[in-house]
Design a protein around this ligand. Structure first.
Ligand SMILES: Nc1nc2c(c(=O)[nH]1)N[C@H]1C(S)=C(S)[C@@H](COP(=O)(O)OP(=O)(O)OC[C@H]3O[C@@H](n4cnc5c(=O)[nH]c(N)nc54)[C@H](O)[C@@H]3O)O[C@H]1N2
Ligand SMILES: Nc1nc2c(c(=O)[nH]1)N[C@H]1C(S)=C(S)[C@@H](COP(=O)(O)OP(=O)(O)OC[C@H]3O[C@@H](n4cnc5c(=O)[nH]c(N)nc54)[C@H](O)[C@@H]3O)O[C@H]1N2
Ligand code: SF4
Ligand SMILES: [Mo]
Length: 753
């Protein structure tokens, strides 16, 4: 069936423009192995930046060689996110700039007489006019609230400002409802504050670090990895709970290979041990906590023997690991994790983690959690935003009362044709998020897009999402642009500047410029009342006691901390909860109709012949955004599926054999994936790295490499409290023969769907 918004493959572009454009600079794939020519850093020109390869946002300097070409990026010593060292992805970030598959000019969707969709190159003028015209139409027809912004690139902050000036607060990032939302909601319910980023865990001084499925070392958040590496050197105890023998499990005193989806049983039983063996921090709990008696009664039956029946973990290991934590208290951290949208009961799981930290007296204590501080960034003077008639809260908070920000999947739902209520979304601007692989249940996203009046996509690369755009805008990479100030919470408050080290290649442009130009066309120029972004940044920096000129030299500025890092012994402290205390029993959750204390829920386990699909990160990649990066694909160019030897034997599959996956709903993987046979994964699960199996043919290195976990995620368990999308209740079986029998079947399938 032909659709109104048929996916357009960038490689099929008929404009004739791409082939004739010469790359501005040649690319050396040996970049990471050896320097093209050793760089004399003291003489080389350098420009401050912060990294966009992941959301840790390490600050560094981009160095140019003697010919003025970008050569390398080196961490800024003054930056607490990285302490002068970039991770392999950050170092390889230069590849984003040199990638010749990048989006090169604005394009629009055109439908031919025979109904085929294609992109044609257009001018910036036409592209921006078309976006502004469509935004005006949507505002006239339905109200500006019917435009939504979905973003996950730093430049999104300028689009956010544009949207609010235009009259819509329907804005969401996948980093909430597909990532860290549950832990934020869990900590807000317990401590009256979220965890935020970078996590204020005092790993530097800890004696015991507990990691629940948090695979640091593969998850390469830089300063975090560095502190954990130091903790290992110091012989701090690490307790890792993971169905997979992860890199960090191999460095741990305890590896608890839990049956997936049963973590809450383990957490409740740890709470049981601490309370019933009187190992918790009595003084701390008495002074700061509310609801201890209720909690004690609640966990009475959750003995390690009970937990064993759920988790497969030996009761002795449960007790011993609890003793290990108690021994280190308060210098112990039960880490809250980051990507926490797993099984739907995720807020309650992180609640249990928050409660454990309170019982161990670690929140606000050295070696536990410190109180981070952050500088607020002033807004450049502009008129007040109009008041929208409705916002995401009117959609989301009716059901998910604990949602802290806009929910991407709810804005997508509000765009579906069956949405008959008054709050409809009819247009999207998508900035730097590949929704087709990021938001689970891609068929729903496709149906939502099909029902939109208009969709504009701003990206640097041809990706799955870009094929659905009506107007496609090429953003230049982070190495070619200014962005908003990075202000982050840390032990010391600090800010960082990103500035261009090179001119944008081809016709790509920075996001701030696009947002300002669209605003001008909508008559909202007063909201961007500066001539250049330099003027805007300089004004902001000056309010903060520095200047653009100073920041261009130093890149990172640290400020004095005004509050204490830790609570003094017995110090009074007000927590921002209903009771002013740490709520072991949450009055707020109770008032909203949720369980005031976490309960264990049985989750479905795989049927015979099926395995739970779990996924994670590889040190040298960030989701799909690095999948075409010449440096990083050089280090790893496909994912494999981890299969336990017992399972491999049953199936008769061999290492490196290509298999296809089929999930519980009959969804078959587009591409095959090679088998990795390893004891490091439980027999009831399989594991793969997220971000591979890209179907966008415009990616000369990324297309069709490995398989996509996202494709297999059709069953989504929504967290009833904050609306996040639990993605790990999907099960796959193996197909040993190519299920896409006839040639071109894959392409046909795509066109049909
Ligand atoms: N199945 C599955 N789904 C997941 C996850 C998972 O592990 N498995 N992880 C979840 C998590 S934790 C998160 S945080 C999200 C991440 O979700 P996303 O951030 O959407 O992930 P990416 O796939 O990296 O897509 C980033 C997009 O931004 C583009 N881009 C990169 N740099 C720039 C830039 O400077 N400007 C612009 N305009 N675009 C840019 C890239 O080309 C790409 O299209 O995904 C979530 N979804
Ligand atoms: N190199 C690299 N580093 C990254 C990123 C990246 O893309 N690349 N992305 C960053 C982002 S945005 C995020 S949110 C973080 C995510 O990083 P984390 O928060 O550390 O990761 P998760 O994806 O939640 O967890 C993956 C781990 O959970 C285990 N697991 C699966 N199911 C279960 C279960 O039921 N119970 C338990 N206990 N464990 C289970 C898996 O085996 C795997 O080891 O990583 C960040 N760091
Ligand atoms: S952790 Fe690595 S990829 Fe992430 S911001 Fe830092 S250097 Fe960049
Ligand atoms: Mo994330």
């Amino acid at each position: 069936m032909k659709t109104r918004r048929e996916f357009i493959k960038i490689s099929a572009v008929a404009a004739g423009g791409i082939a004739v454009l010469k790359p501005a600079l040649s690319w050396s794939p040996d970049f990471l192995k050896k320097d093209i020519e050793p760089l004399d850093e003291s003489k080389a020109k350098r420009y401050p930046t912060f990294c966009e390869v992941c959301f840790w946002k390490c600050a560094g300097f981009t160095y140019l060689n003697k010919d003025g070409e970008i050569q390398k990026i080196i961490g800024n010593d003054k930056d607490p996110h990285c302490n002068g060292r970039f991770c392999p992805r950050g170092t390889g970030g230069v590849g984003m700039y040199y990638d010749n598959d990048r989006l090169k000019f604005p394009q629009k969707r055109v439908v031919d007489g025979d109904g085929t969709h294609k992109f044609v190159q257009i001018s910036w003028e036409e592209a921006l006019d078309t976006i502004a015209d469509n935004m005006k139409d949507i505002a006239d027809k339905y109200g500006p609230e019917s435009m939504a912004l979905l973003y996950h690139a730093s430049s999104g902050s300028y689009f956010k400002h544009l949207m609010q000036a235009y009259g819509s607060k329907n804005i969401a990032k996948p980093s909430y409802a597909q990532c860290l939302g549950p832990r934020e909601a869990g900590f807000v319910a317990t401590y009256g504050m979220g965890v935020s980023s970078p996590e204020p865990t005092d790993i530097k001084n800890t004696e015991c670090l507990v990691l629940i499925g948090n695979h640091v070392g593969e998850n390469m958040h830089n300063g975090y990895v560095q502190e954990v590496a130091d903790a290992i050197e110091r012989n701090a105890s690490i307790i890792t709970v993971d169905p997979r023998f992860s890199t960090i499990a191999s460095k741990s005193k305890f590896w608890l290979p839990i049956k997936p989806a049963t973590d809450l049983a383990l957490l409740l039983s740890w709470i049981h041990v601490l309370i019933y063996e009187e190992l918790y921090d009595k003084k701390y709990v008495e002074q700061y906590a509310f609801g201890f008696d209720e909690l004690k009664a609640h966990v009475k039956n959750f003995t390690p023997e009970w937990a064993y029946t759920k988790t497969d973990i030996d009761p002795k290991d449960i007790r011993d690991s609890a003793y290990e934590m108690a021994k280190a208290s308060p210098a112990v951290i039960v880490h809250p994790g980051r990507h926490t949208t797993w099984y739907g009961d995720d807020t309650q799981r992180t609640r249990a983690i928050a409660i454990l930290n309170a019982l161990l007296g670690s929140f606000g204590k050295k070696g536990g959690w410190y109180f981070a501080e952050k500088k607020s960034v002033p807004h450049f003077p502009s008129p007040e935003y109009p008041h929208p008639k409705w916002t995401w809260k009117d959609i989301t908070r009716k059901t998910y009362k604990g949602a802290g920000t806009g929910i991407s999947n709810d804005l997508i739902k509000a765009s579906l044709p069956e949405n008959k209520n008054e709050h409809k979304v009819k247009g999207w601007i998508v900035v730097g998020t590949n929704l087709m692989t990021t938001i689970p249940d891609v068929e729903t996203t496709k149906r939502a897009i099909e029902n939109l009046d208009f969709i504009a996509v701003v990206d640097t690369m041809p990706m799955e999402i870009t094929g659905y755009a009506d107007i496609l805008l090429p953003e230049c990479t982070y190495l070619e642009r200014y962005d908003d100030i990075r202000s982050s919470q840390h032990r010391i408050p600090n800010i960082a500047l990103r500035m261009p080290a090179a001119n944008p290649r081809w016709e790509s442009k920075p996001g701030w410029w696009m947002a300002k130009e669209i605003a001008n066309r909508l008559g909202l120029g007063d909201y961007f009342a500066y001539d250049s972004v330099e003027e805007e940044l300089d004004w902001k920096f000056k309010q903060m006691g520095t200047s653009l000129e100073e920041m261009q030299k130093i890149g990172v500025k640290q400020f004095d901390k005004e509050t204490d890092l830790y609570l003094a012994d017995g110090e009074e402290h007000y927590f921002n909860t209903d009771t002013g205390k740490i709520e072991l029993y949450s009055l707020d959750l109770e008032a909203k109709g949720y369980d005031p204390m976490p309960k264990f829920i049985e989750h479905k386990q795989p049927d015979s012949g099926f395995y739970r699909l779990i996924y994670g990160r590889a040190p040298m990649h960030t989701f799909g955004r690095t999948i075409n990066n010449p440096n990083l694909t050089d280090l790893m160019d496909e994912n494999k599926i981890w299969v336990n030897p017992k399972v491999a034997k049953i199936w008769g599959v061999e290492a490196e054999q290509e298999i296809w996956l089929k999930n519980q709903d009959g969804k078959i993987s587009t591409f095959p994936i090679k088998v990795r046979i390893t004891e490091r994964i439980r027999h009831d699960s399989v594991y793969m790295i997220h971000g591979f199996g890209n179907t966008e043919k415009g990616l000369s290195r990324g297309y069709g490499r490995g398989a996509s976990d996202s494709e297999m995620i059709t069953n989504v368990k929504i967290d009833p409290i904050m609306g996040g999308t639990g993605m790990r209740e999907n099960f796959v079986t193996f197909l040993l023969e190519n299920p896409h029998l006839e040639e071109n079947k894959i392409e046909n399938k795509e066109a049909e769907s």
